[in-house]
Design a protein around this ligand. Structure first.
Ligand code: GLC
Length: 740
């Protein structure tokens, strides 16, 4: 009987095996499943999966049981659904989300584990919403503080960006949702993003602008990368032989899909041959274009199919594209191990609050004005940014948040029953509140003249114990927004006059700047306390109130240099040709030459011996720290791996976290190198009086520069210096070492 049973079981499993096609068999490895599925697909089905069928979806293969594939923006939360082929809202009632803090705030946390939690929470929201790919994170480097989309990115330093993007991608993809790291590459400004042709040295390309993408691909194993609108070597980055076929796919071994930016495909033959895998957003006028779906007009649609049928192309390039799309399917929509998602859960709000708490930067705190001691006091809150919703607007990262707590609301919630909180508008900026049909519902209209608004605030400030001004930018056009760069570094809407007037009448004035970029602060000597508050999303008011009232101890450090003004910026030191560029004949292409080369951010201000308002890596705390006793643990082995230890002590009276940063100087090299470069960091939490010895590791890449002659990384033997401290301008520890 026993033998009969096992024989019957064997027969059944053989029968089932015969029935379960390989591509559907989860026990088979992905590559085997890809090849099996590819073999089964018709030409029409292969063409269908490599281009959009709607604003944010592409076709699956229904006959083979592969569902349509849905993507969605963006880096800070899952965008509300739009109509099939319109940017307007679909009007769903189940697509409000958690708006997480902007990625600049995440970078300012210098906490890779916070990045992992961020990616994971976003992945759960995307799963719930049925999205197989999130169009983010963005990792373009801050080349200029005017950059319209800097708030979506991770600062000026390639190493910090690399360390923060990897766990974000891993966290997101652990949910079976693909990341789509963007905008690859050299999309560092917005105004002419579709026409800019970047001219740049190989060193600057590899040392500054590529590392974030390289880490996301090689360490993060990103399943998607988005090509950028702009050109490099005269080819658009959505179909670029050099950046896509050579660097991304051959050198880095990227096995995912290269997705075009929306409307980023311009050339048929390049779209076939130069590394593009999925074409999205090519201009369509919706379904009104003739009888057939407008998406048939895409480069990688009927035209491509026809060219193959007519023998102008084999299916070589097509099959390579389809393999990558199938790999994406098996990693996401066809992945049976995917967890279930959920939306707007407590755990997601906790992540948003944690990232806010860890990213807010205390820039200045003379006389320890902060944290505020509110008992029995009168607090005046001033500024449009204390009340304006910031989750709506800014471009494609705009969201329909389930809720957004404003700074004023946050303070009112936390101070209820403790003291009064008065409010004065102070200035009027952008009273609109609508993006793609998502409306804030706020009525910010106020027709009073600027001087009346200032006079009202000043009058109230005279009798207040504290004045807290919320100013900065607001994601409206030219004020940290996709599609436009800022025209100046100055604060808009007459804020400088307001801040100066308030500081003159109240010695306990606090200025909180809400932005993704540095702004000029001509009044900073008159203001005792200054905070960089970022675009914090749903929990903005809670994050800011808790920090101002000392419930949380700030531990953010700047991910970019806070320049005094544009004269301190490399990109703005070589005239028009370096920014925004020089138009070619016919005004179709604008050549923008990155003449500052590798000297971006602190690398530039170090080289030019300039003193910025606040340095890269700067951030204060309500306690104090001492960084000491930097040691090289291991003699420099020929493979260049090194281990350092350094002590950090909390020399103050409250618990807090510090960010220990390690910079390396190459004392002698055959090429010019920066004074120092960030090569390791670690955030460490310490109780009062506590000392921890932390270990920092670097590898040979940390000692290397991009050698243009050999087209690769090179570390020259010689003397190096390692510096340690908790800001690029506060490095008390120094140790020398030799690379043999
Ligand atoms: C936009 C953006 C890109 C976004 C895409 C879809 O133009 O450049 O970041 O993901 O289109 O909205």
């Amino acid at each position: 009987m026993k033998y009969l049973t096992s024989f019957l079981l064997l027969l059944t499993s053989i029968f089932l095996q015969a029935q379960t096609p390989v591509y559907l068999d989860p026990t088979k490895d992905i590559e085997t499943r890809v090849e099996d599925a590819l073999k089964r697909m018709t030409l029409a089905e292969k063409i269908d999966v490599i281009h959009a069928q709607s604003k944010f979806s592409s076709a699956g293969v229904k006959r083979l049981g592969m569902p349509d594939f849905w993507t969605d923006d963006g880096p800070h939360g899952v965008r509300p659904d739009v109509l099939w082929d319109e940017w307007e809202q679909a009007g769903q009632t189940n697509d409000s989300c958690v708006a997480f803090p902007a990625l600049t705030c995440l970078a300012a946390s210098w906490n890779p584990e916070a990045a992992r939690a961020y990616g994971h929470a976003l992945g759960e929201e995307a799963l719930y919403r049925g999205k197989g790919m999130i169009l983010g994170p963005g990792v373009n480097i801050y080349r200029t503080p005017l950059g319209g989309r800097n708030f979506e990115y991770m600062g000026e330093d390639p190493y910090l960006t690399s360390r923060m993007v990897v766990p974000y991608v891993q966290g997101l993809q652990s949910c079976g949702v693909a990341s789509c790291v963007k905008h690859y590459c050299l999309n560092n400004d917005e105004e002419y993003r579709h026409q800019v042709n970047v001219i740049i040295s190989d060193r600057a390309l590899h040392e500054i602008y590529l590392p974030g993408f390289e880490a996301a691909v090689k360490e993060g194993k990103a399943w998607g990368v988005m090509g950028a609108y702009n050109l490099y070597k005269d080819e658009h980055n959505c179909h670029n032989q050099y950046t896509l076929n050579k660097i991304l796919k051959k050198d880095w071994g990227f096995d995912g899909v290269l997705v075009s930016d929306w409307g980023g495909v311009h050339d048929f033959d390049q779209a076939v041959k130069n590394g593009l895998d999925m074409e999205f957003g090519t201009w369509t006028d919706g379904l009104t274009m003739g009888a057939t779906n407008a998406y048939d007009q895409y480069f990688l649609s009927k035209r491509y199919q026809k060219a193959i049928v007519e023998g102008r192309y084999t299916t070589k390039e097509l099959d390579e594209k389809v393999r990558r799309v199938l790999r994406l399917f098996f990693r996401t929509t066809m992945n049976k191990q995917r967890p279930y998602g959920f939306l707007c859960s407590e755990s997601h709000y906790e992540v948003a609050q944690k990232v806010a708490a860890e990213g807010i930067v205390l820039l200045k705190n003379d006389g320890n004005v902060l944290p505020i001691k509110p008992e029995g006091k009168k607090i005046l809150v001033v500024g449009e940014n204390a009340i304006k919703m910031m989750t709506v607007g800014g471009g494609s990262s705009s969201l329909k948040a389930q809720h957004e707590i404003s700074p004023l609301q946050g303070l009112q919630m936390r101070l209820k029953g403790i003291c009064d909180v008065e409010y004065a508008r102070g200035y009027v900026g952008d009273v609109s509140g609508n993006y793609n049909g998502v409306t804030t519902g706020q009525d910010l209209k106020d027709d009073r003249a600027p001087e009346v608004l200032i006079a009202e605030a000043v009058e109230k400030a005279k009798t207040a114990d504290y004045v807290i001004i919320f100013g900065g930018l607001n994601k409206s056009d030219y004020q940290d927004c996709e599609g436009h760069d800022r025209k100046t570094m100055d604060l808009p809407y007459n804020q400088d006059k307001l801040i100066t007037a308030l500081a003159a009448v109240n010695k306990q004035t606090v200025y909180v700047n809400i932005s993704g970029n540095a702004v000029c602060m001509p009044w900073r000597k008159q203001v005792p306390a200054i905070v960089q508050g970022w675009f914090l999303g749903s929990e903005a008011g809670i994050g800011l109130a808790d920090m101002l009232l000392g419930k949380t101890n700030p531990s953010g450090h700047l991910p970019f240099t806070w320049y005094e003004n544009l004269n301190q910026v490399g990109a703005h030191s070589f005239g028009e040709s370096a920014f925004p560029g020089i138009w070619r004949e016919g005004k179709k292409i604008i050549d923008e030459e990155y003449k500052e080369g590798i000297y971006v951010g602190y690398r530039w201000t170090d080289k030019q011996k300039l003193k910025p308002t606040f340095a890269f890596g700067h951030g204060l705390s309500y306690t104090t720290f001492k960084v000491s006793n930097l040691k090289v643990l291991s003699p420099v082995t020929t493979d260049g791996n090194m281990t350092f230890t350094v002590d950090v002590t909390n020399t103050g009276s409250v618990e807090g976290s510090d960010v220990v940063q390690l910079y390396i100087t190459d004392q002698k090299c055959s090429v010019d190198r920066p004074v120092k470069e960030l090569k390791a960091f670690q955030k460490v939490n310490l109780k009062p009086g506590e000392t921890k010895t932390i270990t920092l590791k670097t590898d040979k890449r940390a000692l290397s520069f991009w050698d243009e002659a050999s087209d690769g990384w090179k570390a020259e033997p010689g003397e190096f210096i390692a510096w340690a401290g908790d800001s690029s301008d506060r490095l008390p520890c120094k140790v020398k070492f030799t690379l043999k």
